[in-house]
Every structure is written in C-alpha cells, then in structure tokens.
Ligand binder design. Sequence first.
Ligand SMILES: [Fe+2]
Ligand SMILES: [Fe+2]
Length: 131
Amino acid sequence: MSRKFVFEWDPESLELGVEAMDKDHQKLIFLMNNIFQLYSKKSSRDQISHSLDELGKFVVEHFAREERYFDSVANYPDADIHKSIHKKLVNKYVSFVKSYKEGGDLTDDFFFFLKAWLVAHIEGVDARYAS
Ligand SMILES: [Fe+2]
Ligand SMILES: [Fe+2]
C-alpha cells in the first residue's frame, strides 16, 4: 500500500488555535498512523485489533471533549449537526472494526475513511467552532 495513507499534521490547514483540540487532533493522527504502520508491517491481528480499539476509545473521548467545548462557545450554531456527524463517524468506525475482528481485512476504504475524516472533518466541520 502506498504512502498516501501516512497522515500528517499540517498546522497550516489543520490547526484550529484551540489548544486542547489541536492536541487531540495530533494524537488522532498519531493513532491513525500507528494502525497503518502495524498493518503495513503485517503485525499480528491482535496487535492491530488493539490499535483499532485504542483509536476507537480516544475518538469517543475526543468527541465528548469537543462537544463540551463547542457547547460552551456562545455563538456556535452547528452544535446539533456536529454531534450527529460525530455519531455517524463513530458508528462507521465501529462497523469497520467489527468486520475486521470478524476476520475481514483493513481495506483501502477504511484508510480513505480515516483520511477523509481527518481532513474533511477537522478542516470543514471543526474549523467552524474555532472561527
Ligand atoms: Fe468534530
Ligand atoms: Fe475534532
């Protein structure tokens, strides 16, 4: 699989200027890269499953933290939509993990999903509570 799935922290496009969220987003990237590296090295399914659970757990924590944050931003109009997008992302992630644990593979689709999530969500959605 090609380098296209290496996730990079690009302050220019991804930094929101909200320190706690920027830190979380960097950790998301770190955990995503970790999954991709383990997958590329053909690590054991146990190790890969563990890394998937780690990202899943952190994502849930991050979304909760982010929701508390933007609920405290006075003029942020998209809170409900943003929460429902978070829910959809988690559901989709959980279904990818489930099918992997049932013996499936991590497909390009999965890594594209992570990448799209990262770029589209942070730049397109998260950026609006910080603006
Ligand atoms: Fe978000
Ligand atoms: Fe976020």
